[in-house]
Design a protein around this ligand. Sequence first.
Ligand SMILES: [Zn+2]
Length: 273
Amino acid sequence: MIRTTQYGKVTRFDLSRDIYGIRRYWTTAYLVDNWMIDTGCAHTARELLRLLADQKIDGIINTHSHEDHIGANFHLQQRNPDLQIYAHPASIKILESPEEYQPLHPYRHIFWGQVGSSFAKPFEAGSLIATENYRFRVIYTPGHTSDHVCLYEPDEKWLFTGDLYVGGKDRALRAGCDIWQVIESLEKVADLPAVRMFPSSARVRENPAKHLREKADYLVLTGQEVLDMHQEGANVQQIARSLFGGPMLIELITLGHFTRRRLVLSYLNQNYD
Ligand SMILES: [Zn+2]
């Protein structure tokens, strides 16, 4: 299922697989000036293509290589083999061979699906991608993944944050995320004079700096609490329970890939895989 919302010149698509009327784990893609910023997941790719049937697409910019952000790359590039796709240098081989470099856990197959190959050009930090009317500055923002970027349009003061900011106060973390890098990246983009933030999954917000700083501050404070408890001899499970409460549904659904425990471990620099 795809919901479309217009924010001035920016079109937002919220995308989710419909499983017997249940829709969970929405992802987001944007269309601006005939360019897509991310393309949703494989399960919604055909619906997205139907929506874009009469829409000229000049290019795609991927914020990172997770399967719920690159899902229609393959289909759009198949429709137009000359379509330009830009992504972080570390994303390129994942986009080309997603099955090899990004094998999916069962829950990822169910909610988002296996994506097909697409071919992208790498961009450097600080480079500008020019569309017909805008230019998007690439800001490297590792943490959620090592190949994550945000995009900033300096004239409109738009900030596209991908999965760096998906709202509020995290109580769990996905395996492989680096929480200290997330904090650093949040602080980096909070310094931009952006007026509107277009995140993934979370709602569009005005005054991005306020929200980004609030989140960074919360994560720093939480990190301090984790380190204090750890120093006092509490184990990972005790810290997770004390700071983030009881078991969460997402821990069960992801079979331990996205958990409170992994958030604690990342603060302790021990969250690998
Ligand atoms: Zn992601």
